[in-house]
Each structure stands twice: as structure tokens, then as C-alpha cells.
Design a protein around this ligand. Structure first.
Ligand SMILES: Cc1cc2nc3c(=O)[nH]c(=O)nc-3n(C[C@H](O)[C@H](O)[C@H](O)COP(=O)(O)OP(=O)(O)OC[C@H]3O[C@@H](n4cnc5c(N)ncnc54)[C@H](O)[C@@H]3O)c2cc1C
Ligand code: SF4
Length: 479
């Protein structure tokens, strides 16, 4: 009653302008939804239902794309949604941020014949967004909760997918994460102009309603040792991602206003989520009116340049030591960044940061491509006497990420890691050398993609289930 009264009062107090604005928004939403609906149908019906589904083969989750495109073209969205969810825990996320040009869409037969791909990702997102709107996506209801519990370290896509799959089987799940919000890089890495954060929050809220316990601001290694956690649970998953930024060891690297990419992106994402961020609010991590240089040509570099543009930087430049053709970042992202006004300085390498207390410019050296190296790419070599200087008020280092020293952090020297620091697993079972401790996602693969993290999370859930079943059988036999 009180709510109804309040709504009535707020409508009565609306000014004519406010009412007109609201109507325009509603009209827009209606037209927009109709447009999207029509577009999705149009795209779905373009699928030629070819005999060999190359799109499906090149999707890491082996999504049944031809079938859900067909269902969608026929308007059978509820069935399409069931099919979409049968292989993917976050279809709307993948639909938004998978590099489709390298995966499903890049292998669409229609694309190969030069007629433009079926926009698979956007149809996947459309089906799932519709399912959320219609209330078809519901929390997991389990018939009988099992006694065994699993502790998951890391609430990124890998940990979340694994937790969801094991919860469906009735296990007790606790997910521990050192950030204040679940979602991992989906929340604090990927910028919100690429992925709307409410889509991630909606997913984690659903998992909470499904009975999964989240312990945020909880750092394994600091708040509890791996050993103690193993005693609390019947199995453990390590899904901690990779967070150690690669460094540029150059003169002047200690000057102020030189930041690692994650510090810049996290501050921006926190602001987008409505948080107070001291170093953003006082201007330090805000690119507004600054000459920004981003070092690195990968996808993280692209996210940094495009975030700086949105923060209204005076100029944004991206340095990369190879040329456009050899850039690791997606060609689509580079095109987008160029359209937004980012200047790429190809074949260039940073040599020195200059400034008194904070950076004011940078010395750069031109490069040329030499012979093919062990990575299979042409090695960049310096061009003699080619150094030049560029003005910079803010420099962002986006040279990639390595794993942290997990055995040291977790106080678990006996945990086996590779030469690169990624956790070693049995490739069949995904179990580490410590019995009952599994690992998945970026901490095993090295920096990768969300869709692979989800795939690993689903696979490791199956292995953990098998491990616990076997353990139970052995216990019964021994009794
Ligand atoms: C800037 C950026 C942009 C990207 N853009 C894309 C993109 O557009 N498309 C795409 O497919 N992929 C993208 N990626 C890659 C993608 O985000 C990752 O591959 C994916 O998130 C890996 O998932 P994960 O679950 O393994 O780890 P993460 O998502 O990194 O999650 C790991 C979680 O573990 C927690 N954690 C770590 N250590 C501890 C500890 N000791 N105790 C407790 N918790 C801990 C962390 O807080 C984090 O929440 C991007 C990555 C970055 C950095
Ligand atoms: S999950 Fe990614 S690769 Fe697979 S169909 Fe969806 S957008 Fe394509």
C-alpha cells in the first residue's frame, strides 16, 4: 500500500518534460527491442544449416549453434534458451565479448563464401537476454543436498562455472575471493563499455540464490592457508587467474603517473559501479585532459586506450613494437580504437621515461622487422639513430600478465607449477599433484579467454564429481 502511494505521489509530481522524456525512452526501448528482435530473427534465418558445423567446431564450448539458430528463426526462443544454456553458463557474456571473428563467426561457411557471417554472438546474447526478461532463468533447486563440500578459490568465470555445475549435482559450494565483488576480470578487468556489469551481477546473484556461499575480501594465503582450506572441504579448485603485470625495466620507470593496466582499468570499473575511488576522484588515475600513452598492442592495451578516450583524454597513443599485421590484439578492436581517435605508433619501442617527479615525456625508438624468431613471428630490431620524444602526462603499461607465485602465496611449496608459474595439472583429470586439489582457467592456461575459462570450469566440475564419487565408493568398501 505504502509503495503504491509513493509511486502515485512520484508520478503526480513529474514535470511535463520529465514525462515526455520518460515516454521517449519507453518508445525508444520498444522500437529498439523490435529492431533487435527483427535483427536476431533475420540473422538466425541466414544460417545455411550446412552439413559440417564449422562454427560449432570452433566454439570452445562446442555450442550447438545451428540448432539454436534454427529455433530462434522459428521464434521458439524458450527451447533455444534451453539449448544455449546446456553448454554455456554465461551465454550473454560470451555473446558480448568472445572474439567471434577468431572463433565461431570466423568459421561460418557464409563468411567463408564472402557474404558476411551470421552474427552468432549477438543472437546468443539476444536469446539469453530475452530469457532473463521473461523470467525463464531460475535459481538451481536441488532435491537433496550432498554432505560433501567444495572450496573454490577465485570467483572468475572458471570458478563460477565450476561452482554452478557442482551445485546442480547437490554439492555444498563455497567460493572464496580476494576482491570485494565476485566476477574476477569480468568485473574489474573488462571495461563496462564492452560488458555491462549488471549482467555479471545478475549471474552471481542467481548463484547466491542457488545456495552457493560467497566469501569476498577473503585472500587464500593471507586469511587462510591452502592446507587449512583442504581440511575444511572434500575437494578444492584453484581458479585464481593471472595477475602479475609484465614490467618495462627502463630508466625513469619509477616516475609518478606510470601505471600498470589493471590499476587503471580497475579504478575505472569501480567508478562505473558507483564506488568512491580516491585515486580516481583526485585525478591521479583519471585520463581526462591528459596526453596518454599506452604501451602494448594486446587486447588489454586496446581496453586501456578505449577507456582513456571515454575519460576524455586530450590525446591517446598506443605503442607497439611490431606492425599492424603482427599485432596480438583483435583487428576489430584496433579498428574500433582508430575510429575513436586513438593514434597507433607501429614499430616503436619505449627507451626512457622523462620527468622530474612525474612523467612528462617518453623517448621512443623506431623498430624494423627482422628474421622469424622462435615464436614464429618476425623479430623486431631497433633502427639506428631513430629515437624521438613524445609528450606524456600518463603512461599505462599493458604488456600482459604472468601468474603470481602461487606456491609461495598459498604457503604450499609442494604444489607443482610450470617454468612459467602456471599450475601443473593432470590433463585428463585436471587434478594438481596435491590429491583433491584441482586447477582451472587462466592459472593453468596463462592469460586466455572467458569462453575457455568457462569450458575449463565445466570440465573440472565433472572431474571433481568423479573424484568425490570414487572417494565415497572407496570409503564404503573400506567400512
Ligand atoms: C583487461 C582485460 C580484458 C579482457 N577482455 C577479454 C575479452 O574481451 N574477451 C575474453 O574472452 N576475454 C577477455 N579477457 C580475458 C578473460 O578475462 C580471462 O581469460 C578470464 O577472466 C579468466 O578467468 P579465470 O576465472 O581463470 O580468472 P579471473 O577472471 O582472473 O578470476 C580469478 C579470481 O581469483 C581471485 N583470486 C586470485 N587470487 C586469489 C587468492 N589468493 N585468494 C582468493 N581469491 C583470489 C581474483 O580476485 C579473481 O576474482 C580480458 C582480460 C583482461 C585482463
Ligand atoms: S561461446 Fe563464443 S565462440 Fe561459442 S558460440 Fe558463443 S560467441 Fe561464439
Amino acid at each position: 500500500m505504502k509503495e503504491k502511494m509513493l509511486k502515485f505521489v512520484s508520478i503526480a509530481m513529474e514535470t511535463p518534460e520529465k514525462r515526455a522524456r520518460k515516454k521517449r525512452t519507453e518508445d525508444f526501448k520498444e522500437i529498439y527491442n523490435k529492431f533487435i528482435n527483427q535483427k536476431a530473427k533475420e540473422q538466425s534465418s541466414r544460417c545455411s544449416q550446412c552439413g559440417v558445423p564449422f562454427c560449432q567446431i570452433h566454439c570452445p564450448l562446442n555450442n550447438n549453434i545451428p540448432d539454436w539458430l534454427k529455433l530462434s528463426a522459428e521464434g521458439r526462443l524458450q527451447e533455444a534458451n534451453q539449448l544455449v544454456h546446456s553448454t554455456n553458463n554465461m551465454p550473454e557474456v560470451c555473446g558480448s565479448i568472445c572474439p567471434q571473428d577468431r572463433l565461431c563467426e570466423g568459421n561460418c561457411v557464409i563468411e567463408q563464401s564472402g557474404h558476411g557471417t551470421v552474427t552468432i554472438g549477438s543472437v546468443e546474447k539476444y536469446i539469453t537476454d530475452t530469457a532473463w526478461q521473461k523470467g525463464w532463468i531460475k535459481p538451481i533447486k536441488i532435491l537433496k543436498e550432498k554432505k560433501q563440500s567444495i572450496g573454490i578459490i577465485g570467483a572468475g568465470p572458471s570458478g563460477l562455472a565450476c561452482g554452478e555445475e557442482l551445485r546442480k549435482l547437490g554439492y555444498k559450494i563455497t567460493i572464496y575471493d580476494r576482491y570485494d565483488r565476485p566476477g574476477g576480470l569480468l568485473i574489474y578487468g573488462i571495461p563496462n563499455f564492452k560488458l555491462e556489469k549488471f549482467t555479471v551481477e545478475r549471474r552471481t546473484d542467481l548463484l547466491k540464490k542457488s545456495g552457493i556461499i560467497f566469501k569476498q575480501n577473503f585472500e587464500v594465503g593471507k586469511d587462510i592457508s591452502l592446507e587449512s582450506l583442504r581440511k575444511k572441504h572434500d575437494a578444492i579448485l584453484i581458479a585464481t587467474g593471472v595477475y602479475k603485470p609484465r614490467e618495462v625495466e627502463l630508466p625513469g620507470a619509477n616516475l609518478k603517473n606510470i601505471f600498470p593496466a589493471m590499476e587503471f582499468l580497475k579504478a575505472s570499473n569501480k567508478k562505473g559501479l558507483g564506488d568512491k575511488v580516491k585515486n580516481f576522484d583526485n585525478g591521479i588515475l583519471n585520463a581526462e585532459r591528459k596526453n596518454v600513452i599506452v604501451i602494448g598492442g594486446g587486447d588489454t592495451g586496446m581496453d586501456c586506450v578505449r577507456t582513456a578516450v571515454r575519460q576524455k583524454a586530450k590525446s591517446v597513443k598506443c605503442l607497439y613494437r611490431r606492425d599492424r599485421e603482427n599485432m596480438p590484439g583483435s583487428a576489430r578492436e584496433v579498428r574500433n580504437a582508430e575510429e575513436e581517435g586513438v593514434q597507433f605508433i607501429w614499430l616503436s619501442n619505449p627507451k626512457k621515461f622523462i620527468g622530474s617527479s612525474q612523467v612528462s615525456s617518453m623517448i621512443i625508438e623506431k623498430m624494423k622487422l627482422g628474421k622469424i624468431d622462435s615464436s614464429g613471428r618476425r623479430k623486431p630490431e631497433p633502427v639506428p639513430k631513430s629515437q624521438f620524444e613524445i609528450k606524456a602526462d600518463m603512461i599505462i603499461k599493458a604488456l600482459g600478465f604472468d601468474p603470481e607465485n602461487i606456491p609461495k602465496l598459498f604457503n604450499a611449496d609442494d604444489l607443482s607449477v610450470s617454468r612459467l608459474g602456471t599450475i601443473k595439472i593432470n590433463l585428463k583429470t585436471m587434478e594438481t599433484n596435491l590429491p583433491g586439489v584441482f586447477a582451472a582457467g587462466d592459472i593453468v592456461r596463462g592469460a586466455s579467454l572467458v569462453v575457455w575459462a568457462i569450458k575449463d570450469g565445466r570440465d573440472v566440475a565433472e572431474s571433481i564429481h568423479q573424484y568425490l564419487e570414487n572417494k565415497q565408493t572407496k570409503n564404503i568398501e573400506a567400512a
